[in-house]
Write a protein that binds this ligand. Sequence first.
Ligand SMILES: Cc1cc2nc3c(=O)[nH]c(=O)nc-3n(C[C@H](O)[C@H](O)[C@H](O)COP(=O)(O)OP(=O)(O)OC[C@H]3O[C@@H](n4cnc5c(N)ncnc54)[C@H](O)[C@@H]3O)c2cc1C
Length: 391
Amino acid sequence: MNILERLDADQNWSEEETMLIDSVRQFATEVIAPNAAHYDKTSEFPWENINKINELGLNAMFIPEEYGGSPMSYSSYLACVRIISEACASTGIIWATNFHAIKPLIEFGNEEQKQRLLPRIAEGGLASLVITEPTAGSDATGMKTTFRPDGDDIIVNGGKIFISNGDVADIYVVFGKWTEIPGDKESISCLILEKGTPGFTVTGTEDKMGTRGSGTASLSFDHCRIPRANLLCEPGDGLRILLASLNKSRPSVAAHALGIARAAFTDAVSYMNERRQSGKRLLEFQGLQFNLADLASELVLIESWLWRVAKMVDNNADNIGIEASILKMRASDLAMRMATDAVQFHGGYGYCKDYRVERLMRDAKITQIWEGTNQIHRQLIGRSFLKKEKR
Ligand SMILES: Cc1cc2nc3c(=O)[nH]c(=O)nc-3n(C[C@H](O)[C@H](O)[C@H](O)COP(=O)(O)OP(=O)(O)OC[C@H]3O[C@@H](n4cnc5c(N)ncnc54)[C@H](O)[C@@H]3O)c2cc1C
């Protein structure tokens, strides 16, 4: 066993978790990985992969039992995200986005909302988390979408961009500003919009650098009438819901990034053991050994931190914001560096699409940008040490 295999073997999964992880690994190897280049090239949505994910009932692992789910630990969810993303980063984003989007409903929805909406996701529905707007990226409080109360309904007007699963979702968890509440932060509210709502349109999808099989959509809301029963918590509770949800989705983005990093590492090691120059295999050159040693060490350390943060979530730890920021930032920086170095180790071949590392380098980039750019995470981590000034 190499060090990464020993780290995996250390996880002490239960029998049920081992069975699940093994079946996801088998499906990822046999079905997802062989088609990843096709979905990258064509930008087609990988329905075959999603249908298979639903045959395995994977959405059910993050839905409570009373709403049609079959819940498993958060750690095992992260293990599945990593395995699926290692095989195809686009499929990883699509499935992980389901989790990111539905978590606010699980944590903050009332009984009636959960009974009505969660079984649809447990059975294989798709969900979107809808925050970003042209004027509101890193600073979500700049959003302009409005929620105007109108009797038993809420009228939604505005538009969103860069929404993962936005072109295919059944349920949209949308953030906007309550018109009757002043203040950029205080007014943010959250509601559920269902597919087919009159006035709701998908206005386009992005032609992206990487994760090309995953749709990233622009959405428009033109006087969408939403029943007030679809409001999560109370008007003005949106920012609280948003911040709490990010603590669960950022480790998931890290698992996605680590899947890409693992794939790049595997390809690099394999190529460096095969390719010969000057009568030696590449990995016999000390300069490349040093380079690979740094990458392997960082991978092991960041994966160890992944499992630590995962356990904190499983143990319902209170405040994991900074731990999650460190994990997301370091895992995504590593994914980018690992994929870039893997291309370099492949020389000219790495620059050509015949080798997977070319795609991995493009796929890795998004992990540094979404769910808070890494500049924002550095700011959050640094700021956490700022002492209060005595006045
Ligand atoms: C493929 C893809 C999928 C996405 N999926 C979703 C989704 O499902 N739902 C959703 O709501 N959004 C989604 N997003 C949006 C994503 O979260 C935003 O793109 C991201 O938060 C950055 O916002 P921005 O693009 O407006 O960049 P900006 O906020 O304009 O930032 C531009 C640059 O300035 C830097 N910057 C900004 N503010 C600061 C600061 N205070 N200090 C230092 N540097 C700063 C940033 O780090 C960045 O480098 C997705 C985006 C992409 C590309």
